[in-house]
Every structure is written in structure tokens, then in C-alpha cells.
Design a protein around this ligand. Structure first.
Ligand SMILES: Cc1ncc(COP(=O)(O)O)c(C=O)c1O
Length: 386
């Protein structure tokens, strides 16, 4: 219940988050990558699952190190009582440095100028501040190019009285790609790290995210940063880890009707049917993660069967239920999760629309309540009604 409003009757579309599955996955990954340690990636609202309840559950489980992309996300977690190291993986600009220090956030620095300015912030505050160095091994994103290792090292050495270098990290551009490609990026990473090891023997090296955890055990180093695996995304790679899906995404049928041959579905004459077609109208649309690229490609579960998505607008989606008997107003529809014997995985729904899981879940607006369960009981809720 939420201010007297029961989300189960008011919110027709919702996501259910199984915190037991999340913690089970966390323990599985911890065991699998040991002695490397796991840094859960809870950026972008924990990939749309809801950052604060996810981070709190992980903290209760003993997790003392998490990563987000933006400074704002780090402050959000601090305000919610997250105590351990919060690493900022994304861009930080000097005007954010005092807020970052105030909230004990750890930046990823990829330019000598920012190392000097972070050291100045430390000096002004009269305390040592932590940071990680970021290397770009082929993604064309944040970080030092590998041949700038000596410059980065002299910046690290000259600020070692004010800063603590916690780690050196990078992110692979194509971990699913060829062994040669990944060996090249690994070599770039190692060549950057090498000169640091003599001076900073305790520095943590970290390169692997979910796909590398599945495919490249020789890249675990000291820490692995995992998002997708933690949320139980099934990348189709065999693994001894027994990971469970965390998310169920559901809605309800709002109207059922049969349109005649020649009738349109959706804007811009997106589709015109050539025979009478029974539609189930759903209360969700572009704003809720599923996009126009899903039309004609994705299906949702209703009445225990997959029904093709044939139209979408901002707030409506239309399923063709002509081949499913007895679909009625109010029936449950499952976008992600199980219904009867059938299941749709989040990765399958994302791929059907040609997008990534983070795109799918990240763009699902907060008007879709996230309802959190533990031991089969609702324990938390994120909702615009909260
Ligand atoms: C720098 C960095 N590390 C780790 C991750 C986690 O990736 P994954 O969800 O594939 O585990 C991301 C996600 O994009 C990232 O940008």
C-alpha cells in the first residue's frame, strides 16, 4: 500500500523485482570469480530495476563496493544510506569535485589535469581522496590512451601525498568478439598497468564486466564490475553459475475487440489488416521501454500463449490475439517473465526490438511502478504515487 493507494489495483502496468533472485545471483557471481571481488553496477536505476532498493539489498548482503555512472546517482545512493565505496564510472568535471568529495564518491579519472584538480580538492579539504584511473583500450570512450601510461604515472606519483589510487580500470569494446580482438585490448590494458605495479603494489586492476565474466576468466584480475549478470540476464553463454531472472514485467488487457479487414492499427498507416483481427489493447507504450522497432517482431504472453505485438503508440500497445481463445479485459499480460509453461527473457524482448536490455529497461519510465519482493512478500515499492 502507498499512501492508501494499492498499486496492485491502480497501476495496471508494473515491474516485479525478486530481491531473493538478485542476492542469489550476487552470491553465485561472488563464488564464481573469487578471489576477485564483485562490484555490482547499479547505474541507470540499476538498469531500470530501481537503484535504491537494489543497493540496499546488496549492502545488507555484505556488499561494500558499488558502481554508478553519474555523480548524481552516487549522491542518490549516499542519501539512501549506502556506506561502502561508490565508484563513478562516467564523466566527472571539476565543478562536481567538491560535491563528490562531500559525498565520498570515487571518480574514474582519465586525464592528468583532472588528477591534479582532484588532488587540489583533497588539499583544500585536508583529507586524502580516493580515485581510479580509467584507460581506453578500444572503446573510444573515457580514459587515457594506453600510450599515456608514463604521463598518468607521473601525475599519480606527484599527487600520492593527497590522493589514494585505488584502481586502474578499463572496459572491453567487444567481449563477445574474437580471441585476437580481446587479446589486443587485454594487452593494451596490461601495458598501461605495468609501470604502476612497482609504485602502487596494492592497486586493484579491473577490466571484466558480465560478458567477460562468462567468457574470459583470465581477465578477472582483482575486481569485476557486473550489471547484467547480477540482474540474471541470460547471454546464452554456458556457465556453471545458476543465475535466476530478477525481473517480471506485466500489464493487463484494457479492451478486446475485433477490427474488420482494411482497418488500420497505429499511427501513419503503420499497419492495415487484410482480415478481421482480434486485438487486445494494453496500457503501455513507447514511454515504457517497448518501441516501434518491436512492432511485428516482439510477442507478449497472454492466456499462456505468445501474441504478436502489432501496434504501439506512446501509451498504448496492440496485440493480435486472433489465435488465442478467450482473452478478456483485465487478463494478465507478461512482457518479461513466466506465464504458465512459457517464459520470455528480458534479453529476448530487447533483442526482438533490436535494442539492448539496458536500453529497454533504462527507458521504461518511472510511471511503471517497481514492486520489490523478498520471501514472496512485498518489501518495497518505487512509484510516482510514493
Ligand atoms: C565501465 C563499465 N563497467 C561495467 C559495466 C557493466 O556491464 P554489464 O552490464 O555488461 O555487466 C558497464 C556497463 O555498461 C560499464 O560501462
Amino acid at each position: 500500500m502507498n499512501g492508501g493507494i494499492d498499486v496492485h489495483s491502480v497501476s495496471l502496468t508494473r515491474m516485479e523485482i525478486d530481491l531473493d533472485a538478485l542476492l542469489h545471483n550476487y552470491r553465485e557471481i561472488v563464488k564464481h570469480v573469487a578471489p576477485a571481488q564483485v562490484v555490482p553496477v547499479v547505474k541507470s536505476e540499476a538498469y531500470g530495476h530501481g537503484a535504491v532498493p537494489i543497493a540496499r539489498a546488496l549492502q545488507e548482503e555484505g556488499c561494500r563496493h558499488m558502481a554508478v555512472a553519474m555523480v548524481d546517482e552516487g549522491i542518490q545512493l549516499r542519501r539512501a544510506g549506502i556506506k561502502g565505496e561508490i565508484m563513478i564510472l562516467g564523466v566527472t568535471l571539476p565543478e562536481q569535485f567538491s560535491a563528490m568529495a562531500e559525498h565520498r564518491l570515487t571518480p574514474s579519472l582519465g586525464e592528468t589535469e583532472n588528477i591534479a584538480l582532484w588532488a587540489r580538492t583533497a588539499q583544500e579539504r585536508g583529507e586524502k581522496l580516493p580515485y581510479h584511473l580509467k584507460v581506453d583500450v578500444g572503446l573510444g570512450r573515457l580514459g587515457f590512451l594506453p600510450d599515456k601510461a608514463e604521463r598518468a604515472l607521473s601525475a599519480a606519483l606527484s599527487t600520492a601525498d593527497r590522493l589514494v589510487l585505488r584502481g586502474i580500470h578499463s572496459h572491453l569494446s567487444h567481449p563477445e568478439g574474437t580471441l585476437e580482438h580481446n587479446a589486443r585490448e587485454l594487452a593494451r590494458y596490461e601495458s598501461f598497468c605495468r609501470p604502476f605495479l612497482a609504485h602502487f603494489p596494492d592497486v586493484a586492476r579491473h577490466l571484466a564486466a558480465s560478458q567477460a565474466v562468462l567468457r574470459h576468466p583470465h581477465m578477472y584480475f582483482d575486481l569485476v564490475r557486473v550489471g547484467g549478470l547480477l540482474y540474471g540476464f541470460d547471454y546464452g553463454v554456458p556457465t556453471p553459475m545458476n543465475l535466476r531472472p530478477v525481473l517480471t514485467y506485466k500489464t493487463r488487457v484494457g479492451q478486446v475487440k475485433t477490427i474488420p479487414a482494411g482497418w488500420g492499427i497505429g499511427y501513419d498507416l503503420e499497419r492495415v489488416v487484410d482480415k478481421p483481427t482480434t486485438l487486445a489493447l494494453l496500457p503501455l507504450g513507447w514511454s515504457d521501454g517497448v518501441g516501434s522497432t518491436h512492432v511485428g517482431k516482439a510477442s507478449f504472453l497472454v492466456g499462456g500463449e505468445f501474441a504478436p505485438l502489432v501496434g504501439i503508440c506512446t501509451d498504448f500497445a496492440m496485440l493480435d490475439v486472433s489465435n488465442i481463445a478467450g482473452v478478456q479485459k483485465g487478463d494478465e499480460v507478461v512482457l518479461v517473465g513466466r506465464q504458465g509453461p512459457r517464459e520470455q527473457k528480458v534479453i529476448e524482448l530487447a533483442r526482438a526490438g533490436g535494442i539492448s536490455t539496458s536500453q529497454l529497461l533504462g527507458r521504461a519510465a518511472l510511471r511503471v511502478p517497481r514492486v520489490f519482493f523478498r520471501d514472496g512478500r512485498q518489501v518495497d515499492e518505487l512509484s510516482i504515487l510514493a
